[in-house]
Design a protein around this ligand. Structure first.
Ligand SMILES: [Zn+2]
Length: 434
């Protein structure tokens, strides 16, 4: 490779990883349900389809105790996570440790490319180490206690390490670029960084389903060809060409039922968890599928791309305005004076985390709005509200309900409308054939 193509390759890798880190989780925000109903293994004894208010009330009575306990535990976990997301970078910064880490990285790396890469990896390792007890409790212990997951420990460690490895690789190759831009264009670096991220955002949406997701799970065409034919017929009815329908092996980790739409252009696909295929009948699967098709037809993924790009620009702009005066004010404690010093990385992290304190509730509200739109699309195209009611009842029956979460918890965690609200909406819907 000549120098030009090397530079291009490195820039590409940087933006790829940066965007990967920023946009991770987008596709899960389109999933049918995530937070409100937590599957318990023992509840799988219910098998019949039953959809009415009495049932929902019974379910709430039976499982609200577990729901309340889960809520009390998770509320503390979420609060600690937010606190740690500020304490860890602040500790690394204000003890002067970040400056020392910067000097150490420079001594080994010498040039900006390696200095920034080594700093990024060391910072990430320290951050992960300090957060490990909370991460382990929040994503492994708690989900096992409440029956959300039966993922084997080795498999959890593997996923955790893989994510850490991907982040480290990205930082190693790519963290130098914003620092180079900050040094050469101290006033406009945020615009250039934002512009560079746009094509990469598109690439990430295109590549995530085919490159990154398969690292974590196995995807394959549906085993049941009758179901597959019926679902393909539904995509044709919605005028979607070449949309892949795949199943993912989630039953080894959880009993939760889920499905999601991901990718853009040629990589677009609807993924059904194998738990959904096992638990739902054909009519229910068609309804769930229609909901996911709705996300596609209504351009939700494209809208998310635009929102992501806008958020990226806003956050970069805020960093460019807040970070320099902060460094000026605390330069004695921080032991560095310029934003282009890689030791300033934790300041960027603090500002990003601060911005997302406000962005997350708005994003959740927007997500809920899109979910309602997709639900309406499913009702229209299937004209089968009974299938919708019974499918969501099955999700409900396999889970527990948090009886009365406080508004802050709701703002922070609920990216889908509560299931009982959705079921009520289905019941009120007037079908054309009625
Ligand atoms: Zn959805």
């Amino acid at each position: 490779m000549n120098n030009k193509s090397k530079t291009f390759f490195i820039i590409f890798l940087f933006l790829f990883t940066l965007s990967f880190c920023i946009f991770q989780g987008e596709k899960s925000s389109l999933a049918i349900e995530k937070n409100l109903l937590i599957t318990t293994q023992k509840s799988n004894i219910h098998n019949t389809i039953l959809a009415n208010n009495i049932y929902l009330n019974q379910m709430e009575n039976t499982n609200s105790n577990i729901g309340q306990k889960y809520y009390e535990s998770d509320r503390i976990v979420q609060l600690l996570k937010i606190i740690m997301s500020f304490i860890v970078p602040a500790l690394i910064l204000f003890t002067g440790f970040s400056s020392k880490l910067g000097h150490f990285s420079q001594k080994i790396g010498r040039n900006l490319f390696l200095t920034a890469g080594i700093y990024g990896i060391l910072y990430t390792l320290i951050d992960n180490l300090l957060n490990l007890p909370l991460t382990f409790y929040g994503s492994y212990v708690q989900s096992h206690i409440f029956g959300i997951s039966h993922q084997p420990f080795v498999s959890w460690i593997k996923s955790y390490s893989l994510e850490l490895l991907l982040t480290s690789c990205g930082l190693l190759f790519l963290l130098w670029i914003p620092y180079k831009l900050i040094k050469n264009h101290p006033k406009r670096w945020w615009i250039y960084t934002g512009i560079l991220i746009i094509p990469v955002t598109l690439f990430i949406y295109l590549a995530q389903p085919v490159i990154i997701d398969p690292l974590f799970n196995d995807f394959k065409p549906l085993d049941d060809k009758t179901v597959e034919r019926s679902l393909i017929e539904l995509t044709k009815k919605a005028n979607i060409e070449n949309c892949k329908i795949l199943q993912i092996d989630k039953s080894k980790d959880t009993n939760m039922i889920n499905a999601y739409m991901t990718g853009i252009g040629s990589s677009k696909r609807i993924v059904l968890w194998d738990t959904a295929i096992k638990s739902l009948n054909l009519r229910e699967l068609r309804f769930i599928m229609a909901h996911e098709i709705g996300h596609y037809v209504l351009g939700h993924i494209k809208k998310l791309v635009v929102v992501d790009i806008i958020i990226t620009f806003i956050v970069l702009y805020i960093i460019s305005k807040l970070a320099p005066p902060l460094i000026n004010k605390y330069s004695k404690k921080l032991r560095f004076k310029e934003l282009y010093n890689v030791a300033s990385y934790p300041i960027a992290i603090i500002i990003i985390n601060f911005c997302f304190l406000f962005i997350t509730p708005s994003m959740n509200a927007y997500s809920c709005y899109m979910e309602r739109q997709a639900d309406n699309f499913a009702l229209e195209i299937t004209q089968d509200k009974e299938a919708g009611i019974s499918a969501f009842d099955k999700l409900a029956r396999n889970g527990f309900v948090i009886p009365s979460p406080d508004p802050l918890y709701k703002l922070w965690k609920y990216d889908h409308p509560p299931i009982n609200e959705r079921v009520e909406h289905f019941k009120k819907y007037k079908q054309h054939k009625e």
